[in-house]
Every structure is written in structure tokens, then in C-alpha cells.
Design a protein around this ligand. Sequence first.
Ligand SMILES: Cc1cc2nc3c(=O)[nH]c(=O)nc-3n(C[C@H](O)[C@H](O)[C@H](O)COP(=O)(O)OP(=O)(O)OC[C@H]3O[C@@H](n4cnc5c(N)ncnc54)[C@H](O)[C@@H]3O)c2cc1C
Length: 392
Amino acid sequence: MNSSRHFDFIIAGAGAAGLSLIWNFLSADELKEKSILLADRVLKPVRDKTWCFWDDKQHKFGDLIFHSWESLEVRALGAIFSEKLNDYRYHCVKSDDYAEKILEIARKSPNVTLLETDIQEFGYEDGRAVMRSSEGLFTAGHIFQSALRPPGFQKLKLDVSLLQHFTGWHIHTNEPVFDPAKATFMDFDVPQGNGVTFVYVLPFNRHEALVEYTLFSEELITDEEYEIGLKNYIDERLGLSSGQYAITYTEKGVIPMEDRRYPAQYCRRVWNVGTMGGLTKPSTGYTFTRIQQHSAEITRALVQGAQPSSRAMSPYRFRVYDMMLLYNLHRHPDTSIRIFHDLFLKNRFDRILQFLEEKTRFHQELKIMSSVPWLPFFRAIYKMKHRIFTGA
Ligand SMILES: Cc1cc2nc3c(=O)[nH]c(=O)nc-3n(C[C@H](O)[C@H](O)[C@H](O)COP(=O)(O)OP(=O)(O)OC[C@H]3O[C@@H](n4cnc5c(N)ncnc54)[C@H](O)[C@@H]3O)c2cc1C
């Protein structure tokens, strides 16, 4: 390791956010001379996440895309909505491919130092950002951290806190049963009971798919319950008994879905990024695209010699929409499925994705709102008025 313990930048945490950030830094000519420390417990590729997101056909991920789908399907209340996308493609990237590519670029960069360490704390001393770790103390002009919860996290205003939790099986089937051009985005026609429950299916070829059993609820369920949910789905929806497929990989995850406003900074000169920066969209759990946007924004600011921005990721009106949907997902799961049903019944998939990506205009949002039951949203406004009318 570089013997210096001071760097221009420390990137603390090398998951989706930390790696995206270093990739952006190393792509910016203006930052080529900056010394960077990349720190994580483990700095090697691990296959533990499959990140899905939508983007146009000219996405910037090149050969990192493991698979893309041009059509999506949603099932709710007995109806099937299936559509070919015009403006978008639904893509997925495997976490090990992403880490392998970006870590290799980092290793080849003379200005980057990699450090495997247990990060313990951040602080600000004598005009410098400080990282304390099992390998000792390191300082920097700025630290970007995705490893630790910001101080005071538990005291932040919070009305709805749900978990999106799931177990997925990557299965290989004996017979060719999948259509690799079409992903099941959400299938709500599964037994409900522990919270809003759905399955999504990502087929990679005729024989292979990732099938994920997902819930939005306050409590996790047992491993056995996920397993039963997956087995029943594969049996009943895909028509495959246990002898007709093999499980080649299991993915588990928990993503926070909450209306807490995460602070932009941990302390002076230490910036929160990724999930710790509150980049997870509260009503959907999607984070990957927002991480990429945030990294690009931070890089642009540093290139211009400016401070990274402290503004919230989402504009006010989208925070309000998120709060209203989150409230319904929490308090009225049955109504939420009706909302999804009407949303996909009355709007094009491209428009819904554009809305979820927060790229719609207000008049388009009014049209979307008028396509779903109003009462639950008025009720949510009433129940959440103390938040909505104080800046959300
Ligand atoms: C299984 C799974 C699937 C997901 N799928 C999607 C998806 O399809 N689409 C989407 O948009 N979002 C998805 N998400 C949500 C989100 O995109 C991911 O959680 C994403 O990885 C968040 O990035 P991050 O950098 O904030 O956190 P992480 O990727 O978890 O990175 C944090 C890093 O910090 C390191 N670290 C933590 N604590 C310490 C410490 N004390 N010392 C040293 N290192 C430490 C960890 O080792 C890790 O490498 C998924 C989440 C999970 C869990």
C-alpha cells in the first residue's frame, strides 16, 4: 500500500455506489492526478446481487449488461398486461461482473490505492476528513462513504418504514420454457398475506431464469416461507415440478423502503452515497440508476472545483408521490394491488417507467394519478399531511 495516509479522496465502501464513483473519477481527465483510496472489507468480485434497471438502448454499460429485455409483463387481479417497450430496455448487471471490471480499472490506475479494512468511523479534524479503520487512521480532502449509517440516523423523521425483502433462485430447466425477450416485472397473482407479495421472473435464455419471491412488509419471513413461495410459483405458474429444474444460484436481499430523509453528509467533508445516502427510491426500492446519476453529479462538481450538492435526490412532488404510495403499501396492501392493476391497465409501460424514473412532467403525472383510484391517495395526503406540508 501507498505509505501516505492522506489522499485527495477516500471512497469508503466498494459496492454499487463506491465502484460507480471511482469509475466516474477515473474517467474524468481533470481528476487523473488526484490520489484516491478505495476501502472495503473485501475488494474482490462477489456474485450477491443482480441489479436491474431501465435505460435507453444506448446505455453506457457496454459489455457489463448480462441481459436486456424488450418486453415486460405485469399480472394483477387476474389480468395480464404485456407490452413491448419503445423508449426503454430493461437491463440487468451482475454484481461480480461490475466489480471485476471496475476493480481492474482501479488496480491499473497509478493514482489509486486499494485497502481491505474494517471501516469504523468518520470524522473531521483540522480541515480534513478522517476515516478510522482496523488498518488505522486515513485522511482526505473529501470522503465518500457507503459503509456506515450516518450519525443521528435513528432520530430522523420517519412515518413509514417498510422492507423490500426477497429470495431468488436462478434455475436451469430441462425443457426450453422461457422467452428471453420478455421479463415478468411484477406478478401479484400469488397468495397475499404477509404484506404486498409478488414474483418477478428474469429469463436469460430458453432454459435459465432468475425467479424472485418478493414482499413489501415490516417483518422478514422465514427461509422456509420464501422457499415455499418459490416452489409453488415455479410449479403453478411455470408448470415445472421439482425434478424438471435445478437451482444454480440463490440471491437474497433486504432493501429499505422508507420516508426518512437521509442526510447528504455524515459530517463535514464526508458525503453519504448509495443506500447510506438515501438513494433508494422509497416506493420501489430501485437504487442502481440513482447511484449512477449521483456519481456523475459528484464527479461534475469536483471537476468544476465545487462541493458536491446537498440537495435531495428527488424533487418535492416526487417525494410526495413516494410518501403516498408508501403509505398505501404499508397500510392498505389490497388497495395497493388495485392501484398497480389500474396503473398498468390505463398507462403505457414506457410512461410508467418514465414516471418511476422521475422524468415525467407535471401534466403527465396528473394523467397518471387520474388513472388510479383517488380515495387512497386523498387518505394518504390526510394521514401524511404533517410531512407533506412541511417539505416531505
Ligand atoms: C440482493 C439485492 C438486489 C438488488 N437489486 C436491485 C436492482 O435490481 N435494482 C436496483 O435499482 N437496486 C437493487 N438493489 C438495491 C441497491 O441497488 C443495492 O443495495 C446496491 O448494492 C446499493 O449500493 P451501495 O453501494 O449503497 O451498497 P452496497 O452495494 O451494499 O456496498 C456497500 C459496501 O460497503 C462495504 N462495507 C459495509 N460496511 C463496511 C465496513 N464497516 N467496513 C468496510 N466495508 C464495509 C460492503 O462490503 C459493501 O461492499 C438490490 C439490493 C440487494 C441487497
